[in-house]
Ligand binder design. Structure first.
Ligand SMILES: [Zn+2]
Length: 346
């Protein structure tokens, strides 16, 4: 069925009927993803009816604004702070009315982690100046003896770290979240963003999280290596199983679509602390240094000359556009990186 959706250029009506009968929010979402605008009203109503919040969230990211009211009303019923925050984060054209509704829900759910992420995102990334939201946020900040007038981005970051116990981070050792062998010569570097440097490191060392990256780069330039370059980090895996949202054929990169093995086996991954892909000067500089280090490693270990282009230095969204369309974000300087690297002697 997934193959039919991806390649379904003919007999779209029959394919649509088959999927509609199937009552699967996932298939309906994927159908819309690949055949935008076809029977949009029907698809929206059906996914709402199925109450599958995961795909409601996926759908609202890619759909026309006129459906936001309908979809948000449904999503707010899920009572899950993580989903509510990610709807605010991923859905770029939400207006103040919608953001107010999402904030009200987060305050009501009182899940500090996602509430603080929302506040950070709202004030420092989108730089909104809405009185209603600021009044509500100020009442939350009072519990931290902070207020918006004097608030700095670092203040929110510091409070967020309070929710992360970093004492157990093993500084000297690499994380066990990795595959010890590479199945083929690695030839791609994948860029990512993460909300918080310390939190990302903590997560990447936690064996229960089952995720990692080779490097994390903080906004102030700090760099932490989590996984050896000899090993495969668990950052952007693809699956050969078409029931997975990380199915390799969803990739927008031809090389990945043609390789049937997990993309983690042939990639290196770099996380950047950022909400929208914009990097600080020092973060950009250090990211280039890390990329150069990886390129040199490929040459030394595999005698492989890294190809500096948009097929080999890529974003997580190229590997998995379904789950991670906003990683590394719309402002990530991939094009600038490629042109700077081409001009640099490595
Ligand atoms: Zn990512």
């Amino acid at each position: 069925m997934i193959e039919k959706i991806i390649n379904g250029k003919n007999d779209i009506e029959n394919l649509y009927c088959e999927i509609y009968e199937n009552k699967s929010a996932r298939l309906l979402f994927l159908f819309y993803f690949y055949h935008r605008k076809y029977k949009t009203d029907d698809i929206v109503d059906k996914i709402i009816e199925l109450e599958d919040y995961h795909y409601l969230h996926f759908l609202i990211r890619i759909i026309d604004e006129k459906y936001y009211d309908k979809l948000l009303t449904s999503i707010l019923n899920c009572n899950d702070a993580k989903t509510i925050y990610y709807v605010a984060f991923d859905t770029k054209k939400l207006n103040m009315k919608h953001l107010n509704l999402l904030l009200d829900k987060l305050i009501q759910l009182n899940d500090k982690k996602y509430l603080l992420l929302f506040i950070n995102y709202f004030l420092f990334v989108r730089k909104y100046n809405d009185l209603d939201i600021k009044t509500k946020i100020n009442s939350v900040l009072k519990s931290y003896n902070l207020n918006i007038i004097t608030l700095k981005e670092e203040d929110i970051s510091k409070i967020m770290v309070e929710y992360v116990d970093i004492s157990s981070i093993e500084d000297a050792n690499f994380s066990s979240n990795c595959y010890k062998d590479r199945k083929i010569i690695p030839d791609m570097i994948v860029c990512h963003i993460c909300n918080n440097y310390e939190k990302a490191i903590k997560t990447f060392y936690d064996p229960h999280s089952e995720v990692s990256a080779h490097f994390v780069i903080a906004r102030d330039g700090r760099v932490k290596q989590i996984v050896s370059l000899d090993d495969c980090a668990w950052a952007n895996g693809t699956s050969v199983n078409d029931t997975s949202n990380a199915y390799y054929k969803f990739s927008t990169n031809d090389i990945i679509r043609n390789r049937k093995i997990n993309a983690n086996y042939y990639t290196f991954s770099i996380e950047h602390e950022s909400f929208d892909g914009s990097l600080t000067d020092i973060q950009y500089k250090n990211s280039l240094e890390i990329i150069k280090k990886i390129i040199k490693y490929m040459k030394d270990k595999y005698n492989y000359d890294f190809i500096i282009d948009t097929d080999h230095l890529i974003g997580h969204n190229n590997v998995n556009p379904i789950v991670k369309p906003s990683c590394p974000g719309e402002y990530f300087p991939l094009v600038k990186m490629i042109s700077d690297l081409k001009r640099t002697k490595i």
